[in-house]
Write a protein that binds this ligand. Structure first.
Ligand code: PA5
Length: 329
């Protein structure tokens, strides 16, 4: 897992869209679409969620993401559906995919194979390299989703090659503004991290929680500002007795009001003896910021797994659950 996470910047620069998928995206660009729905679970859902949060400001149609068996009723033949499953066999994803096909949506898929790839005669399928854990394939999936979405939405394109270079450069400079991943992991050893973020960094907080769960096998949670200012803040004096540690993932692109909110929240949390750890760095764009923070927190999760002597690669309970459910089909 350490090797896979170290390759994060390189993996951003691997995908070139195939001709069928490129034409699919180009046709939608000219034909227009009423909305874009991203389907996926777990490690295969996060790329879509991140790109959705980055592009939604410039998109003139709604972009939604679905993690489950069903898609909303409003998603019809005038919508575009991008289905992501690393294995190609995740049942919730396949169920939502079937519904999209039956409704006549414009559907494409990103996968390494499995059942999803077997539909390549009827829908465009972008095959991505196999052999990784789905969550480690995030940069591959991000670049594929980004290339498809920016072809559909138009506007100034983001070049995954340049992004890859920027994330690599950033990783050499983490120590300027962040603790070394190992040192950060040491601080998390006896705690339950609660990642808190706002706007385009909310998927980064969610991803960090998932990486703590799957790689380091520890409980972890995430919440978002401003929403948590209306509920979680009232529980802060119980954080200590439950060993919960708030980690604020801050953006250099925060609006003035969100900055004031985070600062005020920090004051109240600290007054209750629960001073958050803040994670923040400088980046040129919101996407570079989100990916650099993700890369860094991924590495923290690997270090925490190492400290705890757990296998960060295997996910035996996820596999067992999938196998129990498939035997009941
Ligand atoms: O990281 C993981 O292994 C999981 O979160 C998987 O991504 C999730 O179970 C969905 O599987 P897939 O990505 O193959 O659709």
């Amino acid at each position: 897992m350490r090797g896979m996470v170290s390759s994060f910047p390189d993996l951003l620069n691997v995908i070139t869209l195939n001709e069928v998928v490129t034409n699919f995206a180009l046709q939608i660009n000219s034909k227009k679409t009423n909305g874009i729905c991203l389907i996926g679970m777990g490690g295969s859902s996060i790329a879509g969620e991140m790109i959705r949060c980055i592009l939604r400001e410039r998109a003139n149609v709604p972009i939604i993401s679905v993690r489950g068996y069903d898609i909303p009723g409003a998603v019809n033949k005038d919508w575009t559906v991008i289905t992501v499953s690393y294995s190609g066999n995740t049942e919730e994803t396949l169920s939502a995919f079937d519904t999209a096909i039956n409704r006549g949506c414009k559907v494409c898929a990103i996968t390494t194979g499995g059942e999803l790839a077997s539909h390549s005669e009827i829908i465009p399928v972008q095959i991505i390299p196999s052999g990784l854990q789905p969550r480690a394939a995030l940069p591959l999936i991000i670049s594929a989703v980004l290339l498809i979405l920016q072809t559909i939405l138009g506007g100034e394109p983001i070049d995954p090659r340049l992004l890859s270079e920027d994330i690599r450069t950033q990783s050499k400079e983490w120590s300027r503004s962040l603790l070394k991943p190992r040192e950060f992991a040491e601080k998390l050893k006896q705690t339950t991290p609660v990642f808190v973020a706002s706007g385009h960094l909310v998927p980064v907080a969610y991803r960090a929680k998932c990486q703590m769960n799957e790689n380091a096998k520890v409980p972890s949670f995430y919440s978002e500002i401003p929403e948590s200012n209306h509920n979680e803040i009232e529980a802060i004096d119980s954080f200590g007795e439950r060993n919960l540690l708030p980690i604020f993932i801050r953006s250099s692109f925060e609006s003035q009001r969100i900055k004031q909110r985070f600062d005020a929240t920090q004051i109240i949390y600290s007054e209750q003896g629960c001073t958050p750890i803040t994670v923040q760095l400088k980046a040129k764009t919101t996407l570079e910021e989100a990916l650099t923070l993700t890369h860094y927190l991924d590495m923290v999760s690997v270090e925490l797994a190492d400290i705890r002597s757990v296998d960060s690669t295997s996910v035996p309970r996820i596999s067992r659950l999938k196998s129990i459910l498939s035997s009941k089909r």
